[in-house]
Design a protein around this ligand. Sequence first.
Ligand SMILES: NC(=O)C1=CN([C@@H]2O[C@H](COP(=O)(O)OP(=O)(O)OC[C@H]3O[C@@H](n4cnc5c(N)ncnc54)[C@H](O)[C@@H]3O)[C@@H](O)[C@H]2O)C=CC1
Ligand SMILES: CC(C)CCC[C@@H](C)[C@H]1CC[C@H]2[C@@H]3[C@H](O)CC4=CC(=O)CC[C@]4(C)[C@H]3CC[C@]12C
Length: 369
Amino acid sequence: MAEATEIRKLVYLVTGGCGFLGEHVVRMLLQREPRLSELRVFDLHLGPWLEELKTGPVRVTAIQGDVTQAHEVAAAVAGAHVVIHTAGLVDVFGRASPETIYEVNVQGTKNVIEACVQTGTRFLVYTSSMEVVGPNIKGHPFYRGNEDTPYEAVHKHPYPCSKAQAEQLVLEANGREVHGGLPLVTCALRPTGIYGEGHQIMRDFYHQGLRLGGRLFRAIPASVEHGRVYVGNVAWMHVLVARELQRQTALLGGQVYFCYDESPYKSYEDFNMEFLGPCGLRLVETRLLVPYWLLMLLAALNALLQWLLRPLLLYAPLLNPYTLAVANTTFTVSTDKARRHFGYEPLFSWEDSRSRTIRWVRAVEGSAP
Ligand SMILES: NC(=O)C1=CN([C@@H]2O[C@H](COP(=O)(O)OP(=O)(O)OC[C@H]3O[C@@H](n4cnc5c(N)ncnc54)[C@H](O)[C@@H]3O)[C@@H](O)[C@H]2O)C=CC1
Ligand SMILES: CC(C)CCC[C@@H](C)[C@H]1CC[C@H]2[C@@H]3[C@H](O)CC4=CC(=O)CC[C@]4(C)[C@H]3CC[C@]12C
């Protein structure tokens, strides 16, 4: 017991700690970071599940706050050794304005960096995204690429633009002098499409399938590969990189890493069927009935309706020209950079990731959409 208290001396802050990924990072830190003494969970909306975490050996501090408010961020960061910045506005459906997306994702990240500099926090891990690379607006495939694969990253949509800007800010901040005179050490993780327990879009597809009598209709050719990674492995990568950033500052500082695991390369829809299939849904082949030009037309119509209805109501369906382009462009990664740099191996096998996700979808079954 005395030993455990002796080694527990680190304070971590997780921004966005009540989100889909953030919750997994929080739980993973509590399970797998033995040097943790205090875990600060910062989010705009705090989850009630945080209460159950307050009984363990680590002090869990819930902080309701907004990353766009510099003073709130600085107060939360003060005294933390490590910040894991996952908070972000994940919106590719036109729910939020481009200004709001920029404010949260870019200004929020600037506030986190400045708070580290002002208060003397030295280690910052940023949750970036595959979207900072692509798919680009030209629809070029990125086929099993790695962090060094050349790719023309051209964005127009506010979400990837904001993530790319924020990532650049984080990487440029590496080496800046923080309060106390030591250098800031930063890195960025780029998950591909995350799946697993708590994944809202998977839940949406599941409920949509139930409404359609147990069927989903294929929209994207099976040959288009879309990179996916299990949320538990993404969380594990965050925990590991945060730990190793403190030990190997020169090697890891200023680096980017794709998040990867053993999840198979498949199309977005075929991949979802790995979980939705065992829960009773089937994917109906409709390629001949719904040609791609018709999907593009529907997506454009959705965008038009969104614009027309905006003064009256928020119309934000899953299908729009951007989501169609992302789903319809091959983007997969194949890399071992995280293994080489900080010894990352996925914690959950594909079988584990799959069965955990299926179990969660089954539990969602009774819940309202
Ligand atoms: N879901 C995915 O497939 C991927 C997500 N990412 C990135 O991972 C991170 C987490 O994403 P998810 O967990 O999927 O999203 P999420 O929406 O479930 O979680 C984001 C969290 O940030 C919080 N947040 C939003 N605005 C905030 C603000 N102004 N101040 C404080 N907290 C705020 C939200 O309340 C939420 O709890 C994001 O940065 C996202 O860009 C990257 C790649 C893929
Ligand atoms: C019937 C349609 C054509 C299918 C629509 C599926 C889309 C809603 C999703 C297909 C690909 C997803 C995105 C992708 O996984 C990459 C992402 C990374 C992020 O950082 C945030 C989420 C997302 C943009 C993700 C969003 C949903 C899709 C567009």
